[in-house]
Design a binder for this molecule. Structure first.
Ligand SMILES: [Zn+2]
Ligand SMILES: [Zn+2]
Length: 281
């Protein structure tokens, strides 16, 4: 059964890091964000309980770190009930095949993202010409070939619920990818964003390294539909989240979050959309 799984053909370790790498933040008692080099994974569920999920699957080669962080928080005898993917970019599925093999866990993603998770479609190549800094320039080394998860990955339920994340619903937030989703819990207005917006200027190596907190649109080198990306940010802002855990950058909360999001909606074309790049329409 494992034979039908593989990483993208161009997967490799990416030598990029940040001061947050290896550090975890307990954002809420049941919401834990951990940084793998330059991307965050998120564990949702109360520590030591058997009911928890992992959101996203880190960088290539990070399986051991993800397993150890998870076992430290939830114990080694309870695997996560599911892995939810916000989207299938290499930095969000980097350890997924190893994790499925280790835990035998079910994986869920938006239906429109499934071709990129089952080896059928490659993502558009990252754009090194896009307006931005060193990370944009080095983006050609980023893998864009799809993982093959076979029937280990399933579509998220049509009713908007998120398996094993009671109280959360998934929100389709396309633009960065076609099947991108964010996860929202009404009762305390928690938002697990993915890359629909991020809190660090991900195109700039220095800002990634220092994790200087600053609201930003989706990482530019991989974003292909800016009109949809803007609509997605507008819909997330309308939820008035009180806590946002993003795929890149530090978690943002409270007034800083609401003011930053309002600003991002207001000035999306200046803040988020690059002045030049090959995916501008
Ligand atoms: Zn991405
Ligand atoms: Zn990302």
């Amino acid at each position: 059964m494992d034979k039908d799984m593989s990483y993208g053909s161009d997967y490799k370790y990416i030598p990029a890091t940040s001061i947050g790498s290896g550090v975890g933040i307990e954002v809420l008692p049941d919401l834990y964000s951990h940084t793998i080099q330059i991307v965050n994974i998120c564990l949702v569920g109360t520590p030591k309980s058997e009911d928890f999920v992992l959101v996203d699957a880190g960088m290539p080669g990070s399986a051991d770190e993800i397993i150890s962080v998870t076992e430290k928080r939830f114990g080694s005898d309870h695997p996560p009930k599911a892995i939810i993917l916000t989207h299938g970019h290499f930095d969000h599925v980097g350890a997924i095949v190893d994790l499925i093999k280790y835990w035998g866990v079910a994986v869920y993603a938006h239906e429109m993202e499934l071709p990129y998770l089952t080896g059928k479609k490659s993502y558009p190549e990252p754009d090194p010409t896009v307006e931005g800094g060193m990370v944009a320039k080095m983006s050609p080394i980023f893998p864009n070939e799809p993982v093959q998860l076979g029937d280990h990955v399933q579509a998220l339920p049509d009713d908007g619920s998120v398996p094993h994340m009671p109280g959360f619903r998934w929100i389709h937030t396309p633009g960065h990818t076609v099947g991108h989703v964010s996860l929202f819990r009404e009762k305390d207005r928690v938002l697990v964003v993915g890359d629909a917006f991020v809190t660090v200027k991900q195109e700039y190596l220095y800002k990634v390294l220092t994790q200087e907190q600053e609201i930003s649109g989706p990482p530019r080198y991989f974003t292909t539909d800016w009109k949809a990306a803007k609509e997605s940010v507008i819909s997330l802002e309308a939820l008035k989240p009180s806590v946002a855990v993003t795929g890149h950058g530090l978690p943002m909360t409270g007034e800083l979050l609401s003011e930053s999001l309002a600003k991002l909606v207001q000035d999306f074309d200046q803040i988020a959309v690059p002045d030049y790049g090959k995916y501008l329409n």
